[in-house]
Design a protein around this ligand. Structure first.
Ligand SMILES: C[S@@+](CC[C@H](N)C(=O)[O-])C[C@H]1O[C@@H](n2cnc3c(N)ncnc32)[C@H](O)[C@@H]1O
Length: 306
């Protein structure tokens, strides 16, 4: 079944077996607002002022996916809305190369932005389409979920069209192990001892060791750079992680790799998650000081230099 967008021919989702697979899709990307040509977004001065603070906090809402059986690692719709409002105008195009449950698409729908999201997994593409339909918003922008590798995005979009790339990629293979942390034990959490991985597809970044992962992600973002408008932003959400008592600085690997691939780092924002993490246990006491990775994550803001 093809579920159509509102007022044009693109379907809500494109799968490996359906029409439009690996073809150029003519999705809109032009502003529909009347803001000044040199402005970055549709925000008022007052709203802009609030965004200048480099530490952000969010709450989940009822539409957010918190059920780890549906998707193990989603970010809140409110976070996606803040990033999209800050770096795009109404009508412009947002791309999420690792769209998962479709949070970016839903936020784009709320804000009247066109958006395309990619994921390897058919079940996540189905979930994206389901969420977009039940969001039940009939604005003019289009949102499409595509089942494909992030590496294949250049098949679908012309150069210089994207205003914002916004995503949270897998964290290499660091979730691909049994979950044992104390908060999961205390809550008798069903996720205890579960392996949080998306698939065993060889293209899945979530099964790669850090070095291979960094190369693979670099290849995907190198392919995306010419599709971004000059000065178009690319915001990536990642935490660091602990692995056998060593800090794995995923954010450093990503910054170095994206710089090598032609991006310029503009801002580092901290997503302070202390208001949403559940009871955390004591780690390392009394000899080994470890900050809990779950209490904050990085939002790395790059752009395509002119
Ligand atoms: C951290 S999740 C994204 C979650 C999303 N932000 C949300 O709110 O639902 C990362 C996603 O990347 C997908 N993925 C992994 N490797 C991929 C690849 N090479 N191309 C496209 N998607 C990939 C996984 O299936 C997973 O759903």
């Amino acid at each position: 079944m093809i579920i159509k967008n509102n007022d044009m021919n693109l379907p809500r989702m494109i799968r490996e077996t359906t029409e439009y697979y690996r073809t150029n899709i003519a999705i809109n990307s032009k502003r529909t607002c009347s803001c000044a040509p040199n402005s970055l977004n549709c925000l008022s001065g007052k709203e802009w002022l609030k965004c200048q603070i480099g530490v952000w906090q969010f709450f989940y809402e009822s539409r957010d996916i918190r059920d780890k059986d549906l998707h193990p690692a989603t970010f809140p719709i409110s976070l996606a809305k803040k990033v999209i409002s800050l770096f795009t105008h109404e009508g412009e195009l947002v791309v999420d190369p690792f769209v998962g449950s479709g949070t970016t698409l839903l936020a784009a729908q709320d804000l009247n932005r066109n958006a395309v999201g990619f994921d390897l997994q058919e079940k996540y593409i189905d979930l994206c389409a389901k969420r977009l339909i039940s969001n039940n918003l009939f604005n003019h922008a289009q949102q499409v979920a595509i089942q494909d590798d992030g590496l294949d995005i250049p098949y679908y979009l012309e150069p210089n069209l994207i205003s914002l790339i916004w995503t949270s990629p897998p964290y290499a293979n660091l979730l691909n192990r049994k979950r044992k942390n104390k908060s999961r034990r205390d809550r008798n959490n069903e996720q205890l001892n579960k392996v949080e991985q998306y698939s065993q597809d060889p293209r899945d970044l979530g099964i790669m060791a850090l070095e291979e992962y960094t190369q693979a992600i670099g290849n995907i973002f190198e392919g995306l750079l010419p599709l971004l408008k000059p000065k178009g932003h690319c915001v990536i959400n990642v935490p660091d992680m602990w692995w056998e008592n060593e800090r794995i600085t995923i954010h450093v690997s990503l910054i170095n790799e994206l710089r090598k691939r032609g991006y310029e780092l503009r801002n580092t924002i901290i997503w302070d998650r202390t208001n949403i993490v559940n009871k955390i246990g004591i780690f390392g006491y009394p000899s080994n000081y470890i900050t809990m990775g779950t209490t904050f994550e990085y939002l790395l803001d790059f752009w395509r230099p002119v």
